[in-house]
Ligand binder design. Structure first.
Ligand SMILES: Nc1nc2c(ncn2[C@@H]2O[C@H](COP(=O)(O)OP(=O)(O)OP(=O)(O)O)[C@@H](O)[C@H]2O)c(=O)[nH]1
Length: 188
């Protein structure tokens, strides 16, 4: 049996839910207490489109505008998940800076990347970034966009499936569907 290894980095401002998203996906749990991450690495066996994967997920320490780009994300990462929290405007504003640093490290080609607005469960009380703003930023990057809640387990699995889809497209294993294909993808 062939098992494919794919490396994914989860990046973003502190306290936006990077660890919570990762733990929700890897272990199915939501940690109650907030614990600042230095850097954690998780492995998850995952089946996607009839292929078996080991996903190696790096949950990075939160990045501010002037943080150094984590060495662990400088090379050998197949796809990125960039997370902000919809109730934290600052966390959205640093997304472009983090994206620019990824580009500096990875180069010019299209980067397999998903932009995530987390904490969607707070949308009625404390939203400070609109869904349209998230969509528009992701469109500029030609990236996928999702609003999620690690707390409510909303759209978490989709984050990882979308990044995996982009990774496989970039490796030529899946052909991106054309607009008139009715959204079906073709396994190469
Ligand atoms: N309401 C709500 N709270 C969340 C959600 N996800 C995470 N949190 C809370 O946000 C806080 C930070 O979550 P973490 O997952 O530790 O965030 P992080 O981005 O990994 O933080 P750093 O390690 O400091 O960078 C914790 O109190 C979580 O319980 C969510 O979807 N909804």
């Amino acid at each position: 049996m062939v098992v494919l290894t794919r490396k994914i980095a989860v990046m973003g401002y502190p306290c936006v839910g990077k660890s919570s998203i990762t733990l929700r996906f890897v272990k199915g749990t939501f940690p109650d207490a907030y614990d600042t991450t230095v850097e954690d690495m998780y492995n998850k066996n995952y089946k996607y489109q009839n292929r078996d994967y080991i996903l190696r997920i790096t949950d990075t320490a939160g990045q501010q505008e002037y943080s150094l780009f984590p060495r662990s994300c400088s090379f050998d990462i197949d796809g990125f998940i960039l997370v902000y929290a919809i109730d934290d405007r600052r966390s959205f504003e640093v997304m472009q800076t983090i994206y620019d640093k990824i580009r500096d490290n990875v180069g010019d080609m299209r980067i397999p990347l998903v932009l995530v607005g987390n904490k969607s469960d707070l949308q009625y009380n404390s939203r400070s970034v609109t869904k349209e703003e998230g969509q528009s930023l992701a469109a500029q990057w030609q990236a996928h966009f999702l609003e999620t809640s690690a707390k409510d387990n909303n759209a978490i699995q989709q984050i990882f499936e979308k990044v995996l889809f982009e990774i496989e497209v970039s490796k030529g294993n899946i052909v991106r569907p054309r607009a008139n294909d009715g959204g079906k993808c073709v396994i190469a």
